[in-house]
Design a protein around this ligand. Structure first.
Ligand code: AMP
Ligand code: ZN
Length: 111
């Protein structure tokens, strides 16, 4: 989708610090990390948010979270997955993304 930041990152038009890529998804480091590990996982296909995405895509992303967590060494220590959605969810980029946060004890509630 034109003018979508994450579509442009998925297309390689905007550089990113990639941690995983295949034909369906891309994972890259958040530009403003909130934890020692802060990765964004996106589908390459544009969905505005989690409500727009199909279950198969979300299930696939869950498998990739496992792979990323293992590769980045946070599978055992644990991590947090955040999917900000809509206005109250303070979603700023309107392309589905899962924040994977770890490498420290995550406080709750978040700020
Ligand atoms: P959200 O607030 O859930 O929509 O999250 C958007 C996230 O995208 C924020 O954590 C930003 O720091 C991150 N972000 C924005 N631009 C970039 C970029 N060019 N590369 C990597 N992460 C980005
Ligand atoms: Zn998009």
């Amino acid at each position: 989708m034109e003018n979508c930041l994450f579509c442009r990152i998925a297309a390689g038009e905007i550089p990113s610090s990639k941690v995983y890529e295949d034909d369906r998804v891309l994972a890259f480091r958040d530009i403003d990390p909130q934890a020692p590990v802060h990765v964004l996982l996106i589908p390459k296909q544009h969905y505005a948010n989690i409500l727009e995405a199909d279950g198969d895509t979300v299930a696939y992303m869950q498998q990739i979270i496992r792979k990323i967590a293992e590769e980045l060494g946070i599978a055992e220590s644990g991590f947090r997955v955040v999917i900000n959605t809509g206005e109250d969810g303070q979603q700023t980029v309107k392309h589905l993304h899962m924040h994977i946060l770890g490498g420290r004890s995550m406080q709750w509630p978040p700020g």
